[in-house]
Design a protein around this ligand. Sequence first.
Ligand SMILES: [Zn+2]
Length: 318
Amino acid sequence: MPDAVKKLVAAADAQVAGHAAPAVAAPAPASNDKEEDSEVALSAKIAERLAELRERQQARASAAVRAKKAADTRRKQEEQAAAAAIAVANAPKRGTVWSYEGELGPANWSKINDGWAKCGTGNRQSPIDLRDGIKVNLEQISFDYRPTSFSEVNNGHTISVTVGGGNFITVGNSTYELQEFHFHRPSEEKINGKGTEMVIHMVHRSVEGKIAIVAVLLERGQPHSLVQTIWDNLPLEKNEVVSPSIVLDPMDALPEKREYFTYMGSLTEPPCSEGVLWLVFKQPRQASPAQMALFSRLYPLNARPVQPTAGRMIKESN
Ligand SMILES: [Zn+2]
């Protein structure tokens, strides 16, 4: 066997096996014919080994291509997932569920719905602590209320009473019609840092769409006849509207004395819209402990915390 051939075989063996070539047993010297035969056999063997080698190299190459493809797919999937997460974070928020405590509570209202941004960024928000008011001769609020039909609903945030049309207040040369009134516990507004056990908010709207809210604080004492009428007709189910066949007189909600605080604020629940005229009576009305206890079973806490006054003017009756 010629040395050149031996080396080729050894090299092929080494490449195929991946380690040093085994010692090739030198065949005994033979005749020319025999030598030619073994050279043919060796050439065939070499060709076979080389083919084997090429096959393995191809297999390794295609495995590498497959691995790269898989890695590319994975990266693409990760990029798509990241893009989707960003899209979700940037998507318009249209939540409608809110509460007075926890994750959906007042501190997070502005994050629930893009339309509720004012709850977080507004600087004319309600309620506030009414103090350091400018004492002036405030004009009397003129009440033009009458016995009226009503419906009530437990809307998941409060007991809300919607009244029929025809009940007006006039203040500051503007007339507003009573739409609805509802209850909070404890009172949302404070006077010199002190709140009361409950409050009634009477929501009025002008023909131009301006809102004026009259607040009547409630403290423990004698039974409140209008409150009792509302409690007597409570719906059994949340969001079920009941329309009793009786009338109520919104005048019965008001205190005897009509001095009040006034300032510009907002709705005290989402969307926290500003431009609301607040009229808060100084004198509280009374409701009985039993009447208070009944509401507290439904809503032990449904009050937004006080908001910064932020330099707003507060006026109060002398
Ligand atoms: Zn309210």
